[in-house]
Design a protein around this ligand. Structure first.
Ligand SMILES: NC(=O)c1ccc[n+]([C@@H]2O[C@H](COP(=O)([O-])OP(=O)(O)OC[C@H]3O[C@@H](n4cnc5c(N)ncnc54)[C@H](O)[C@@H]3O)[C@@H](O)[C@H]2O)c1
Length: 364
């Protein structure tokens, strides 16, 4: 058994710092090497996080270091190729969201993990934290009755400068717009809580930004459990919020936050008259916020113990498929897309580029 995980990181940009912090917080993991498209960016990062080795590219790094784990923090277009490289070199992979640019790519990444007998963990850190775990347990146990209707909002604000980064806003390099890049977090938490989906109807909108991809989307999702969810995702909303509301037969569950949630962000409001029963639904005393740190800790602990990945890091396809189905529905003029449609369609699995309704041209 490995007693300490030697981690390498590719893509030393913004999110990489959260990975470095999470590695530093783990007693049996360390960051041994980094690489970036631009050497100076990698050098600065290595100096900041005390990383002993910097390489010009991932091939060189893998050949020299044979890391146990590769943390992939590059833009989405690079995830697939770098994941396959890491598995070929015998490493486990932790890849940032969105895991790939298409369902086909994710399938190949999962197949490569199985072939190499390595694990593929995807960073959807909104699933972590003691409150999400608690609410999921209540829902799975049926303690709140049947979930009925849900509202899922990712109303964020990204200005023109944000989209000026060369890889953003373009199908080829970002893979999708705000649905894939931002909404996926809340959609992933929604699916973590509600389980498998049954149908998706969606539309893509370009409301204000100079992007090729959408800057907003709207969708209706039905789940196998019978829940109907209304989803709005936007990159043009000045008062930002990430929120989920689930109405069950016995209560309304809400979480409202921006990039991470603790207990104070959650509420479980019982149907009047059920207050006594509701006392048993209270959040636990021990609180851990959602974050990269608990996610990487649980992944590292599982790898060190030779266990399966924790539920917070597995099943990336579930929410990724919901996102894919929103794009597929937009491409099919708003038709309902089912899991069978996604599995069998000749092009839906190969990418997300879809028609975006451009509302900027409309003047009143
Ligand atoms: N989980 C989260 O909360 C969260 C938050 C932000 C970003 N992300 C995701 O993390 C990824 C990176 O986002 P970011 O905001 O850190 O981007 P970023 O642009 O700040 O950093 C990406 C870095 O990767 C480097 N890079 C690009 N292509 C490369 C290649 N082929 N090989 C090596 N290095 C390469 C760039 O030079 C840059 O330094 C994206 O998938 C994004 O969606 C996740």
């Amino acid at each position: 058994m490995t007693t300490s995980l030697r981690c390498a990181l590719v893509g030393t940009g913004a999110v990489a710092h959260l990975h470095a912090r999470a590695v530093a917080a783990h007693p049996h993991a360390r960051l041994v090497a980094v690489t970036n498209l631009h050497r100076t960016v990698a050098d600065d990062f290595a100096a900041q996080w005390d990383v002993p080795a910097v390489y010009d590219d991932l091939d060189e790094l893998l050949a020299a270091e044979h890391p146990d784990v590769v943390l992939i923090c590059t833009p989405p277009g690079a995830h697939h190729g770098q994941t396959l490289q890491a598995f070929a070199a015998g490493a486990h992979v932790v890849v940032e969201k969105p895991p790939a640019s298409s369902l086909d790519e994710l399938d190949e990444m999962r197949a490569a993990a199985a072939a190499a007998d390595r694990q593929l963990a995807v960073v959807f850190q909104q699933r972590t934290g003691t409150a999400a775990a608690h609410v999921r347990r209540l829902l799975q146990a049926g303690a709140l009755g049947r979930p009925l209707i849900a509202v899922c909002q990712t109303l964020w604000y990204r200005d023109a400068a944000y989209f000026a980064v060369p890889w953003r806003g373009r199908w080829e390099t970002e893979g999708g717009g705000t649905t894939l890049g931002h909404g996926i977090h809340q959609l992933d938490l929604l699916a973590f809580l509600l389980g498998d989906w049954a149908g998706v109807q969606g539309r893509l909108w370009r409301l204000d930004r100079q992007t090729q991809t959408e800057d907003a989307s709207t969708a209706t999702i039905t789940f196998e459990s019978g829940v109907v969810a209304q989803v709005v995702t936007s990159a043009v909303s000045p008062r930002e919020v990430s929120s989920i509301r689930i109405d069950t037969q016995k209560a309304t569950i809400t979480v409202e936050h921006l990039y991470g949630h603790g207990h104070q962000n959650w509420a479980i409001t019982p149907v009047p008259g059920l207050e006594r029963e509701a006392a048993a639904w209270a959040l636990p005393d021990h609180e851990e916020r959602s974050d990269h740190e608990p996610l990487l800790r649980d992944v590292f602990d599982a790898l060190l113990a030779g266990d399966r990945l924790p539920p917070t890091a597995t099943d990336p396809a579930r929410s990724f498929e919901i996102v894919a189905a929103i794009y597929a529905s937009a491409a099919a003029d708003g038709a309902v897309i089912t899991p069978v449609d996604l599995a069998t369609h000749p092009t839906h699995r190969s990418g997300f580029a879809s028609p975006v309704s451009d509302m900027r041209a409309i003047r009143t």
